[in-house]
Design a protein around this ligand. Structure first.
Ligand code: HEC
Ligand code: HEC
Length: 208
């Protein structure tokens, strides 16, 4: 019985491969999916060259899965973006028809890419102010200065200024949901505090 099942599965596998169909995507297939669906904006390695697009390399599988599901359920609305030579779209349209297995495959792929925090040019005084604010208000959940994937949140260190500015704006005006405990801290930030935190992350946050 067991042998027969294996034989059947084996035959199905061969058949599926022959037709160019894969049932459960393996890493190699996922790379092809990423090339087609994500790379134009996020790069193959998840380190975006475009200021409007976040880096997603090395985030945890759980964080990536949650975010993709938030877009799928329209709990979070992505900005429209047109990559060079590509078509304009947003994250919601991209994940709309994705299966749970696809979402897991993309999440696993980008989680396995190396996290690199860019160290962008930033205002030194603001970076210092931002570091102190971060320590008091954000470090608990965005630990090691926004570099620790075990938090299961976005890695904020080294993101582009343009992206962070927009993300802070969406959080401030309620266009993007955030955890209740984060909201408590976030809503007390002044505009200057927000700028300082952004400069801190642009400079690389807690990255060594
Ligand atoms: C057309 C450009 C484009 C493509 C293609 C694209 N993205 Fe995005 N992605 C963005 C932009 C812009 C954001 C910024 C956030 C927003 O608008 O909500 C984003 C945000 C994200 C986020 C949230 C990161 C965070 O820290 O909040 C994840 C996760 C993500 N994308 C994964 C993917 C995956 C996986 C694919 C391929 C299946 C993909 N993206 C394809 C442009 C794109
Ligand atoms: C109680 C834990 C907690 C605290 C405190 C907290 N955050 Fe967050 N933060 C999260 C989680 C979890 C997410 C991911 C939410 C999601 O999946 O959409 C997040 C997301 C974010 C994002 C969104 C990035 C994106 O995906 O576009 C920014 C920016 C951010 N936090 C900044 C801050 C700042 C600045 C502070 C301090 C003032 C702070 N957070 C405090 C837990 C927290």
């Amino acid at each position: 019985m067991k042998l027969n099942m294996l034989k059947i599965l084996g035959l199905m596998g061969v058949g599926a491969m022959g037709l160019g169909l894969a049932t459960a995507p393996a890493m190699a297939d996922t790379a092809a999916m990423v090339k087609e669906k994500c790379a134009a904006c996020h790069g193959m390695n998840g380190q975006s060259k475009n200021g409007k697009v976040p880096n997603i390399a090395g985030f945890s599988v759980a964080a990536l899965t949650d975010m993709l599901n938030e877009y799928k359920e329209d709990e979070r609305i992505g900005d429209k973006f047109k990559p060079e030579g590509g078509t304009e779209t947003n994250m919601n349209a991209i994940v709309k028809d994705m299966s749970e297995a696809d979402i897991k495959a993309y999440a696993a792929y980008f989680a396995s890419q190396k996290f690199v925090a860019n160290k962008g040019k930033a205002d030194v005084a603001m970076v210092e102010k931002g570091a102190k604010l971060h320590e008091r208000k954000c470090e608990k959940c965005h630990s090691d200065g926004g570099t620790n994937p075990e938090d299961d949140a976005s890695l904020l260190a080294g993101q582009h200024r343009e992206y962070l500015t927009r993300a802070f704006e969406k959080l401030s005006n309620g266009d993007q949901p955030m955890p209740r405990k984060m909201k408590k801290k976030f809503k007390k930030l002044s505009d200057d505090d927000k700028k300082a935190l952004i400069e801190y992350f642009v400079a690389g946050g807690g990255a060594k």
